[in-house]
Design a protein around this ligand. Structure first.
Ligand code: EPZ
Length: 416
């Protein structure tokens, strides 16, 4: 039952409400460790990565309660600072607990988080940056222990933009002694949400959403209630589902103001987008026109997490085109699976060239990571015949019940 069977050919019609953002909820849940008392985080998606973060917080001694999408975290009982290896190995984003735990307890030990198929995804820049804030890190074969007598503000000149490093440094800096500058900082909406959450708890952060963050350490943060914004990548995925399957869908709560590059690309590929006060209505795509070009980059450029779903659209578009991946060194794992469905795609370096044959046929394909797995499902919606996507657990890491959501929109699919 770790698979999805999809009967291609049904158009989509109706409305779906976009879940809370995984990549905002995870760092905000980590940030609750900085606050003595109980924080209430609303609109947390019911996905396995968030459940994992809940278990990590509990393993550290926090009390964590969930009521549907509301999560209450009481850190009064925080005691542990050794993170359980089974949890860390499964989820790379556990690394962002390091900055928060150093700020709260002064010590943390953890195994190196697993890399994954989209690239090596080391944490060298995380560790190098924390050392500049007065952290001693003893690296062993499988992991490391980090300690500090007290985090010190520092001027961080990073060699490249990293979402996770920016988040970790923000968490380490908000209670540090002195001022920390981070440049170039990541500008993603999820970073802006993290800053907003911390500012509401009393943190002094300037430059949120820009490439230069200035954080003046404070003595204490106070518990708050905060609502996680909607997930722009999930919204983009359902946009692509409608482009692949055809039809007309209302994406309620889609964070339009954070989807400019994605909506621009979708319109260039023939999707009709109508803006409503609380979301967008998307109508499939036309198949005429010239070849499309997509280049991923750091926000506000086209997001790397939307690269695979748009490759599925491109393979069905009849126009074809090319996709250049500039963030991760190995994020074309979906290509071999789309080829099984009849796609004609060649890869040269970090660019995939997609021929515009415009049709795919059903096949048994394997999800190998989160966004590629979701892209295979939406490709199958537009394919002729039946497909089976295995390794559904990858998709469950980031999407709340994708089968039910798509079925409610008229797709014909089931757990297999
Ligand atoms: C975050 O990953 C997101 N994950 C990713 O989303 C997203 O694709 C990525 O940012 C880019 O936007 C979460 O927010 C939980 P990076 P992160 O550090 O922080 C290299 C999804 O599907 N690097 O910005 O890991 C790294 O290997 C996921 O939701 C180092 O070399 O991404 C990559 O090539 C997938 N050393 C590049 O930087 C380091 O110490 C950018 O990665 C850290 C990163």
């Amino acid at each position: 039952m770790d698979a999805i069977r999809i009967y291609g050919g049904s158009c989509l019609d109706g409305q779906t409400t976009i879940q809370g953002s995984k990549n905002a909820a995870l760092p905000i849940l980590a940030a609750t460790l900085l606050i003595d008392g109980t924080c209430e985080i609303e609109n947390c998606p019911e996905i396995s990565d968030v459940f994992h973060m809940q278990r990590l917080l509990e393993s550290l001694g926090c009390t964590v309660e969930r009521e549907e999408t509301l999560i209450r975290v009481d850190t009064a009982g925080l005691s542990e600072c050794d993170m359980p290896s089974d949890s860390v190995g499964v989820m790379r984003s556990s690394v962002m607990l390091v900055g928060a735990l150093l700020a709260r307890t002064g010590r943390v030990c953890m195994e190196y988080p697993g890399g994954c198929v989209i690239g090596a995804r080391p944490i060298d820049l995380h560790l190098r940056s924390l050392r500049r804030m007065g952290v001693t890190i003893k690296e062993q074969e499988k992991g490391f222990c980090a300690e500090t007598p007290g985090l010190k503000g520092a001027e961080m000149k990073l060699p490249f933009v990293s979402v996770g490093v920016t988040e970790n440094l923000i968490l380490a800096a908000v209670l540090a002694d002195g001022t920390t500058t981070i440049e170039p900082a990541a500008r993603e909406p999820e970073i802006q949400a993290l800053c907003e959450f911390l500012q509401s708890a009393g943190a002094h952060i300037e430059g949120s959403g820009t490439q230069r963050l200035v954080i003046r350490g404070v003595d204490k943060l106070t518990p708050v209630r905060y609502r996680v914004p909607a997930d722009r990548i999930v919204a983009g995925t359902y946009l692509c589902a409608c482009m692949c399957a055809g039809g007309r869908v209302f994406l309620k709560d889609a964070p339009v103001h954070h989807m400019e590059s994605v909506l621009e690309q979708a319109a260039a590929m023939g999707a009709a987008v109508e803006y409503e006060p609380d979301g967008i209505v998307v109508t499939g795509m036309d198949h005429a026109g010239t070849a499309d070009v997509v280049t991923t980059g750091c926000y506000p450029a086209f997001p790397t997490d939307m690269q695979s779903p748009f490759m599925a659209v491109m393979a069905l578009s009849g126009r074809g085109g090319r996709i250049e991946e500039t963030v991760f060194e190995n994020r074309f794992r979906i290509v071999s699976e789309l080829r099984r469905m009849g796609a004609d795609i060649t890869i040269h370096g970090n660019t995939a060239y997609v021929a515009g044959n415009g049709r795919l046929h059903g096949a048994i394909v394997q999800a190998q990571e989160l966004r590629g797995g979701a892209a295979l499902v939406i490709a199958a919606l537009g394919a002729d015949g039946t497909s089976i996507v295995t390794n559904r657990h990858y998709i469950d890491r980031g999407y709340e019940d994708i089968v039910l959501s798509l079925r409610d929109l008229g797709a014909d699919l089931e757990l297999a």
